[in-house]
Design a protein around this ligand. Structure first.
Ligand code: AMP
Ligand code: MN
Ligand code: MN
Ligand code: MN
Length: 281
């Protein structure tokens, strides 16, 4: 299997916080030349059947995926992508349902904080952008806040209100790294640490995280990511070699007009890495 396969192993549909329905997302990937696609909605498997059926009809190879929200260390949120998971595995399905169940109360707390800084009606507003009521997230708030004229785009909403330490951010306990990795392993999947360049942690903490992730059975790292600068990509390629990780490539596409990198449009993986799809095909 060639390292230049156009694989896109990280993206979102409207089942979580993407803008396109699973079938629309898969069609767009196909048009863009993607040869191997994983749908990785946040904490949710419900879009996979529709995505797979569409991919099968188009002759596009498809991988069942998920992006799991994890709390690590001192209130650091991490995202772990599971690739090739069995969506019918009950422990994963039930665990994710429980994980999602905290989102509604979190959304109400976020709305209360936003209200204090003059952004009113954000809970009801965010829900207008949600197609899966179990999965209200910060992106839905961001879309409401843009539409209401408080900010010019989603990115500036995060910069002003929704990123950590901003007024509308509330801390939340997700699941543990150990539990997320156990769910993925038992569901037959490969665990990949998502966009490691995005975490606001020191170099030392990142190394500690990568070591812990590997010790708990984590096998892959996103090297090419829509969230990475060129420099971060090279840094993650070095970590992949040093820690012996499989390398992944994923746009983290959420929707046209919102995501910088479209499906299948990232550069190829740097040379000399073992692509994660070797473990999936
Ligand atoms: P949540 O799981 O509700 O905390 O939402 C996390 C999602 O918010 C991420 O998956 C992104 O889609 C989005 N997000 C987080 N930070 C940013 C940012 N700085 N700019 C744009 N979107 C962001
Ligand atoms: Mn998202
Ligand atoms: Mn993520
Ligand atoms: Mn993502």
């Amino acid at each position: 299997m060639t390292a230049v396969l156009n694989a896109d192993l990280h993206c979102h549909s409207s089942i979580s916080d993407g803008l396109l329905a699973p079938a629309e997302l898969v069609c767009r990937a196909h048009v863009n030349g993607v040869e191997l696609l994983a749908l990785t909605d946040h904490d949710e498997l419900d879009g996979l059947a529709e995505a797979r059926a569409t991919a099968d009809a188009l002759g596009l190879r498809f991988v069942d995926g998920v992006e799991i929200s994890v709390s690590w260390g001192n209130d650091q949120t991490l995202h772990i992508v599971g690739l090739g998971v069995d969506p019918s595995y009950a422990v994963l399905d039930v665990g994710l349902a429980e994980l999602r169940s905290g989102r509604d109360a979190r959304a109400m707390r976020m709305a209360a904080e936003l209200d204090k800084v003059g952004i009113h009606g954000a809970y009801e507003g965010a829900l207008r952008y949600v197609s899966n009521p179990a999965l209200v997230g910060r992106s839905h708030f961001a879309r409401y806040i843009v539409e209401s004229g408080y900010a010019k785009d989603v990115k500036s909403v995060f910069d002003h209100w929704l990123a950590k330490d901003k007024p509308g951010y509330v801390s939340h306990h997700w699941t543990t790294l150990e539990t997320a990795l156990r769910w993925i392993r038992e569901a037959g999947g490969v665990a990949v640490i998502a966009h490691p360049g995005r975490y606001r942690i020191t170099k030392g903490e990142l190394r500690r995280l990568l070591g812990e992730f590997r010790d708990l059975g984590g096998e892959g790292i996103e090297v090419q990511s829509g969230s990475h600068s060129e420099e971060e990509t090279l840094t993650m390629a070095r970590y992949a070699r040093e820690f012996g990780f499989l390398a992944s490539r994923g746009s983290d596409f959420h929707g046209p007009g919102e995501s910088r990198i479209d499906l299948g449009k990232l550069p190829a993986l740097p040379e000399g890495l073992r692509p994660v799809w070797e473990a999936l095909l």
